[in-house]
Design a protein around this ligand. Structure first.
Ligand SMILES: Cc1cc2nc3c(=O)[nH]c(=O)nc-3n(C[C@H](O)[C@H](O)[C@H](O)COP(=O)(O)OP(=O)(O)OC[C@H]3O[C@@H](n4cnc5c(N)ncnc54)[C@H](O)[C@@H]3O)c2cc1C
Length: 550
């Protein structure tokens, strides 16, 4: 076989022990751990600075739905004590400041190359090294290749006819300009009512002359009830972080604040149920879905909470016809639920119109605005809140090839064929690791918890190689098959796989459908990963330069 070495001419300085892609939560911590372990490591980041999605998603109202005190790293007690969050649900700018603080504290920038996109990564079987290429034509090589590309770092702009003819300005929430966008006196159109749209719409409505919202599918949203933190609460939190960390690790969603109780919704009378839902609704945050243990497995139980939220929408929106359009009909939380601040009330404003583009689809973007099959709308500014090409989007932009020149994109081409072992390794792609991607609980959890666990697992795995003289580690096809089957079996027992959303790839036209998340929860996932490590990485083939051990 022809060595890919022959196609690349790497400069000695560009040969690393490990290359990490991305400088968001995943890439930053991975880089830190590798460096601490004494490896020569470098991270490559397409953006101009650290932060990942929090660098790019600067749209009005952008904030986190995880509670700030747990939306952070927990590996360093010093870091936990030095950083102080100001409110329950931090804004984008505060999260970005946090990640900058981390990068400065651990002096990470010296090993990150910004404004550089990795375009190719090919495994060279002669030398057991990954050969990479950047968009500025530089060739690199590394023994370990680790992806922290992010599951929401590639924006999705639906293929609307005529966008290039639009005479106004247009933006995507996920690639927002750094300077303030002025909506004053403008006729603004927002396409999309997922989490980003729900955060941006109330803020834009306050400024715009008129706001027209184009909605395809309504999303269940409940009040965030954000508030500044009391210094006493912060003091207690900082004193109790070790307990908080223990709780998070035992939880299902990587959160202490919305753990699942063990009663069925069907065990309670309608009156008691209503009281329970009211209590959780008043607390704010995402806890409502944890009111009962079976809301995501039992259709009748789910209908009780879905109906409860629909009744709240009806109470919050004055015009019954508009309220009806805003009411989701699918299973609550089967598609990511949103948190809002005055989202539904925004539709009571004189300057806001809701347009249902499911019944009258968008035909084209025109020079003066947008045309649906029913009407024409004149607009000065268009905002795409149309989400991301989630999970595989950023990975598939890179030409990743494993043994025998096998392309990752081709291997996973059909959603039904997507396979990983533990969401971190792929058969045929030795010494390649994934962080926070498919077939892990990341998408359904407070993500820094899973990111931290996976980074530590990968770091331990590499340390094990080095101690035992292992040259390559590769997931076995049967281990991959079993893990994917397990992920599917667990998902099929729930209502998650029954929704049309980015969870299943249904938000992107033509994208193969599949349910790519491990829904067994953070605690069960950690246990499984730890077992694999304790059994000398069972399910992986390890090879030294001389022999292969199965
Ligand atoms: C608006 C928004 C709200 C969110 N709210 C929450 C929340 O409430 N709770 C929660 O847990 N999670 C939330 N998330 C998910 C969030 O993505 C994760 O919590 C976390 O930030 C993921 O970090 P990451 O490092 O894995 O990925 P990212 O932050 O996406 O970072 C990946 C980086 O890799 C870079 N990259 C990609 N491809 C390449 C390439 N080929 N070459 C070089 N660089 C590349 C990208 O530029 C990006 O900077 C939210 C996401 C968004 C967009």
């Amino acid at each position: 076989m022809i060595s890919t070495q022959q196609q690349f001419h790497t400069n000695q300085d560009n040969n690393f022990d490990a290359i990490v892609i991305g400088a968001g939560f995943s890439g930053l911590y991975m880089l830190y751990r590798l460096r601490e372990a004494g490896l020569r490591a470098r991270a490559y980041e397409a953006s101009a600075d650290v932060g990942g999605v929090w660098y790019t998603n600067r749209y009005p109202g952008a904030r986190c739905d995880s509670e700030s005190i747990i939306y952070n790293y927990t590996f360093s007690e010093e870091l936990l004590q030095e950083w102080t969050w100001t409110s329950r649900f931090p804004e984008q700018a505060e999260i970005l400041s946090y990640l900058n603080f981390v990068a400065d504290k651990f002096d990470l920038r010296r090993d990150i190359q910004f404004n550089t996109r990795i375009t190719e990564a090919h495994f060279d079987e002669m030398n057991n090294r990954w050969m990479l290429q950047t968009d500025d034509g530089t060739s690199l090589s590394a023994k370990y290749f680790i992806s922290g590309v992010g599951m929401h770092s590639t924006t999705n702009i639906p293929n609307f006819k005529g966008l290039e003819t639009f005479e106004g300005d247009w933006y995507h929430t996920g690639q927002w300009p750094h300077e303030k966008v002025d909506f004053n006196g403008k006729r603004v159109g927002v396409i999309g009512t997922g989490s980003s749209g729900i955060q941006a719409i109330p803020v834009i409505a306050k400024e715009a002359e008129h706001l027209t919202v184009f909605q395809r599918t309504p999303v269940y949203s409940t009040p965030a009830r954000n508030h500044p933190y009391d210094p006493e609460f912060i003091r207690e939190t900082k004193a109790n972080y070790s307990e908080i960390i223990r709780e998070i690790r035992k939880s299902r969603g990587g959160s202490i604040l919305r753990d699942y109780n063990d009663r069925s919704a069907m065990e309670d009378t309608p009156e008691v149920r209503l009281r329970e839902y009211e209590k959780m609704y008043e607390k704010g945050g995402l806890g409502l879905q944890a009111t009962y243990k079976d809301l995501l497995v039992n259709e009748a139980a789910n209908e009780t909470v879905s109906e409860f939220i629909r009744s709240k929408i009806s109470a919050r929106v004055k015009d019954p016809e508009v309220a009806e359009k805003l009411m989701p009909k699918y299973y609550y939380a089967a598609k990511r639920p949103a948190l809002d601040t005055n989202y539904y009330e925004t539709y009571n404003r004189e300057n806001v119109t809701l347009v249902d583009v499911k019944s009258a689809p968008i035909e084209s973007i025109t020079p003066k605005g947008l045309r649906t099959t029913e009407s024409e709308y004149e607009l000065d500014v268009l905002v795409f809140a149309t989400g991301y090409d989630s999970m595989t989007g950023s990975l598939f932009k890179i030409d990743i090839r494993g043994k025998g020149g096998m392309s990752l994109k081709e291997k996973w081409a059909d959603g039904a064929k997507m396979r990983t072992y533990l969401g971190m390794a792929v058969a045929g792609f030795p010494n390649f690791f994934l962080i926070a991607n498919a077939e892990s609980p990341a998408a359904l959890s407070n993500m820094p918890v899973v990111i931290q666990q996976q980074v530590e697992w990968i770091d331990d795995c590499i340390a094990y190689f080095r101690e035992h003289g292992v040259d390559t580690i590769e997931a076995k096809a049967e281990a991959e098959e079993d893990w994917s089957k397990h992920c599917k079996e667990v998902a099929d027992k729930t209502l998650y796989s029954k929704g049309d959303s980015w969870y299943t790839g249904a938000n992107i036209e033509g994208k193969p459908r599949g349910f790519l998340i491990y829904v067994g929860g953070v605690a069960a996932y950690r246990k499984k990963c730890d077992e694999v490590a304790a059994k000398a990485y069972v399910g992986f083939s390890l090879s030294s330069a001389r022999e292969t051990v199965s």
